[in-house]
Design a protein around this ligand. Structure first.
Ligand code: UN1
Length: 495
């Protein structure tokens, strides 16, 4: 029988108020159901917000180093259970086991890093313009925050959001993606085991329109932290604006790799394979546009083709698998739709372009690693985020042209350049319009202690990771202390 999982609201594991459920399916084998989960609606969200709101006054007064200890313990449990969680993640989400281990590791890294903030959370002191007066700034929590997480990093991304939210003294309602609800349950269980008081994080499962939207609209939620598509992000931002609510958005990407004529081509091919087909291309940082100098584009494409054709598709739990399934049927069809668009637009299909149904793979949602050559900047496959194992190779005539094409995108998350010329590397660092630029490395693999985020339609000015993440989850409080014992007027009592 299918195991039945629940929401965690007000200290209890409970079903959705409406009693309905949805299934959690292994994308490598759709007959493997991991469990059923509550299909929540606004009633569950309202109860969860009310519960965490009631707990906020107490939690904010727990000293930050004590709050951080709970995070350190959470990290220790994750370290202990890393392998088991990684296996479950692969079963739930599909990515190959070594990447699931990386996902758990990224959660551990973020939790340890942010737990350190418990003994920092620095403000500033600065001289006052008046004598016998002291001035300083403090970070204060916002209150109730709403965390809406994606399925592609089912443990890492929720911790990017929950760890800083909690260390700063906020309470949170967490809605995991409907494709990876079990990882959400495990994370909340582990937080509770580590000593998090039950009212501090509530978990509400469900779909965006039914459970996400009421959270976004709820007047008692001070901040929405969202990772997902730019289309949904826009809706989230509009709804938040109506409530004057703070919103942090991490959205799409169409990340370019520039390959210059002097590049180490094998290195650039390896970076393209890893960035384009790792996680089956389902990262917002995935390398999806490869802008190659025309002097080397033929050679590059040949070598890329050989490597891409050598990739083995299969269940991510099998050690021989290079590329796992994509997340679900809708995405599979969408990805395939883009291959048809690419062909119609006149791009040259070098490999892939089809739903892969060999052997055991017919049980799941597999798409062949796909490479298009002779792609031009105007084609939709070089402009729109596909979020699948599809790479477009575009020939360019110079570094300047490559930068121009790279920047003519509605997105601006990650970027990379392969070159042995330090002048070109620095030009790219300066000119590429993206939140992240790699030199001689692929577009994926950001580290937790550096800011992560993008420009244009990728983000809305915030950065996750790094100490910068604390600017999302705290409000600045400015404090003046006048110890002169008399009325002193700023700007007026000047001598
Ligand atoms: C994402 O795809 O949403 O840099 C995040 C990377 C990972 C995070 C990706 N550390 O690829």
């Amino acid at each position: 029988m299918t195991e039945r999982f629940q929401n965690f609201i007000d200290g209890k594991w409970v079903d959705a108020a409406n009693g309905t459920t949805f299934d959690d399916i292994n994308p490598a084998n759709k007959t493997d159901i991991l469990g059923s989960f509550p299909r929540s609606d606004h009633r569950d969200v309202d109860r969860a917000v009310e519960a965490v709101k009631a707990h906020f006054p107490k939690w904010r007064r727990v000293p930050a180093p004590r709050r951080a200890e709970i995070l350190f313990r959470t990290g220790e449990i994750l370290v202990r259970r890393k392998e088991e969680l990684a296996q479950l993640m692969t079963r739930e989400m599909g990515k190959v086991l070594k990447e699931s281990r990386g996902d758990v590791q990224e959660a551990i890294d973020m939790i340890y890093y942010i737990a350190g903030e418990g003994r920092r959370l620095w403000g500033e002191t600065t001289p006052s313009e008046l004598p016998d007066k002291f001035a300083m700034t403090l970070r204060v929590p916002l209150g109730v925050v709403g965390v809406i997480a994606p399925w592609n990093f089912p443990l890492a991304i929720p911790t990017w959001k929950l760890a800083p939210a909690l260390v700063a003294g906020n309470t949170a309602v967490f809605k995991p993606a409907e494709d990876t609800p079990l990882m959400g349950v495990r994370l909340v269980e582990i937080l509770l085991e580590a000593g998090l008081p039950p009212g501090v994080v509530n978990l509400v499962h469900g779909f965006g329109e039914e459970a996400g939207a009421p959270l976004v609209r709820h007047p008692d939620v001070a901040l929405i932290s969202f990772t997902g598509s730019s289309e949904v992000g826009r809706e989230v931002a509009i709804a938040c604006a109506a409530e004057h609510k703070r919103v942090s958005l991490e959205m799409g990407g169409k990340n370019p790799i520039l390959v210059m004529e002097d590049a180490d081509l094998d290195l650039a091919v390896d970076g393209t394979i890893w960035g384009g087909f790792g996680t089956s291309g389902q990262r917002c940082t995935a390398s999806s546009r490869i802008l190659v100098h025309k002097k080397v584009v033929k050679e590059f494409a040949d070598r890329l083709l050989t490597k891409a054709q050598g990739l083995r598709l299969g269940d991510g739990l099998s050690p021989s698998t290079d590329v796992g399934p994509v997340i679900n049927e809708t995405q599979l069809k969408r990805i395939h739709g883009y291959s048809k668009i690419g062909l119609k637009e006149g791009a040259k299909l070098l490999c892939g372009g089809e739903i892969y149904r060999e052997g055991e793979c017919k049980k799941g949602f597999f798409y062949s690693p796909t490479v298009f050559a002779d792609v031009t900047p105007k084609m939709r496959i070089s402009k729109e985020e596909i979020f699948g194992p599809t790479v477009a190779v575009l020939p360019v005539a110079s570094l300047d042209e490559a930068i121009e094409v790279a920047n003519a995108s509605r997105y601006g998350l990650s970027s990379a350049i392969y070159t042995r010329d330090i002048n070109k590397a620095f030009r790219a660092i300066e000119m590429l319009g993206a939140g992240i630029t790699y030199v001689n490395a692929s577009t994926i693999g950001a580290e937790v202690h550096l800011p992560f985020g993008g420009i244009r339609q990728t983000g809305n000015g915030h950065r996750e990771g790094g100490r910068q993440v604390m600017d999302i989850f705290t409000e600045w409080k400015t404090v003046y202390i006048d110890y002169s014992g008399k009325l002193q007027r700023a700007q007026i009592d000047v001598s």
